[in-house]
Design a protein around this ligand. Sequence first.
Ligand SMILES: NC(=O)C1=CN([C@@H]2O[C@H](COP(=O)(O)OP(=O)(O)OC[C@H]3O[C@@H](n4cnc5c(N)ncnc54)[C@H](O)[C@@H]3O)[C@@H](O)[C@H]2O)C=CC1
Ligand SMILES: C[N+](C)(C)CC(=O)CC(=O)[O-]
Length: 321
Amino acid sequence: MPFITDIKTFAALGSGVIGSGWVARALAHGLDVVAWDPAPGAEAALRKRIANAWPALHKQGLAPGAAQERLTFVATLEQCVRDADFIQESAPERLDLKLDLHAKISAAAKPNAIIGSSTSGLLPSEFYESASHPERCLVGHPFNPVYLLPLVEIVGGNRTAPEAIEAAKTIYSALGMRPLHVRKEVPGFIADRLLEALWREALHLVNDGVASTGEIDDAIRFGAGLRWSFMGTFLTYTLAGGDAGMRHFMAQFGPALKLPWTYLPAPELTDKLIDDVVEGTAEQLGERSIAALERYRDDTLLAVLEAVRASKASHGMAFGE
Ligand SMILES: NC(=O)C1=CN([C@@H]2O[C@H](COP(=O)(O)OP(=O)(O)OC[C@H]3O[C@@H](n4cnc5c(N)ncnc54)[C@H](O)[C@@H]3O)[C@@H](O)[C@H]2O)C=CC1
Ligand SMILES: C[N+](C)(C)CC(=O)CC(=O)[O-]
């Protein structure tokens, strides 16, 4: 039986930060969405998050028929998945919880519906161990805000069918995303390995009293962060080598890799470090609410995405290149 790739009904399990982002993306693409989350008050919180995201989605362009009213919130996991053409799980990042949850989801779902997990770095071979029809089970790791950022890392486990990876690429692309198949199943996949290295060093800088959280964020957003939106580290450093390119760059800056610039182990999360980070970021937030900052982030992201799209087009490149 072929995997379902023509999606009409999208099931979302877990409707926190990431689950609600998936719901918003699926609704904006004109799908019917069924959601379930066991927390009290989850439905109201989900609808509030979607309403906060909707102006940005509206600016970006809604698919015909897209409407917040096409979300149904149900009372059980089984009701959520039984008629779904595609399922995305975004429950808390705990192996025991995901193992149990995926055994139940896969038993209740159509056997040929692809099941994706939003996990940031757990291994699919482990948390899909008790799943029914594990050949359709995989990771679809998104980035926050899920309704605007295109990247989704697709990771298969040791029993995932190659056809399921292809089906997931089709489904996520139809949702306006840029799938990246992570060919080896490794913890943290590709992007979170990179993000974690940056995050670890940022925490060390705070811990060592080198810089405040705001100063570290400035070091990112006025420098490398701007170029990262359209050019990755490898190509950027090729240009940094001048006309001689990457070989010259490696010769010039390679030795610095051996200097003690960075720490490999993470710092101890002492109460003082946690307080410093929380107080530093509270100062950065100022009087603004999280929802207001999300709308600022969304508008700015839309502007960046549009600028990148237009610039690429003027150089004869597609957005996904
Ligand atoms: N927050 C982030 O930046 C990102 C998180 N992720 C991944 O997404 C997943 C969800 O993370 P968040 O949305 O950040 O967490 P969250 O804490 O915002 O939301 C988790 C939701 O799951 C619900 N939940 C609790 N038990 C459940 C169960 N048994 N079944 C279904 N739902 C249940 C909770 O009530 C809550 O609403 C995790 O696997 C995480 O690693 C992926 C990309 C980015
Ligand atoms: C912090 N995090 C590991 C949950 C981050 C992600 O998984 C991706 C993101 O959105 O930065």
